[in-house]
Design a protein around this ligand. Structure first.
Ligand code: AMP
Ligand code: ZN
Length: 113
């Protein structure tokens, strides 16, 4: 996807504050943090919706979730954390490349609107 911002992050065509990378995905700091710690886990493969996933993609996302849970110190997960995947307009998805928001480091409310 030539015009996709997150594909450009993955390919290092645009510089970001990358904190982790493996064969499946990168983790960067969100530029507009919504919690004390706010990271984005971005799969290297471009797709927008969970509904588009192949079985291999689903396995990749499963590995990504497991790896996130293991990066406790890096991501500040000790006190608890929240993962968010916005899907489509009603959820406010602004970047059409699937990503997992990782929020941590503070007590959170529950106010989706
Ligand atoms: P979403 O609204 O779920 O599609 O999330 C997109 C996220 O990307 C938002 O939280 C933005 O703050 C974040 N974002 C946009 N541009 C950048 C950037 N250049 N570096 C880091 N995060 C970004
Ligand atoms: Zn992309």
């Amino acid at each position: 996807m030539e015009d996709c911002l997150f594909c450009k992050f993955v390919k290092n065509e645009i510089k970001t504050e990358k904190v982790y990378e493996d064969g499946d995905f990168i983790i960067i700091r969100d530029i507009n943090p919504q919690a004390k710690n706010h990271f984005l886990a971005i799969p290297k493969k471009h797709f927008k919706y969970l509904a588009e996933m192949t079985a291999d993609d689903a396995a990749t996302v499963g590995r990504i979730l497991k790896k996130i849970s293991e990066l406790k110190d890096l991501l500040g997960l000790d006190g608890g954390y929240r993962l968010v995947i916005n899907q489509g307009d009603d959820a406010g998805q602004t970047v059409p490349h699937l990503h997992v928001h990782i929020l941590s480091g503070q007590k959170m409310g529950w106010q989706p609107a």
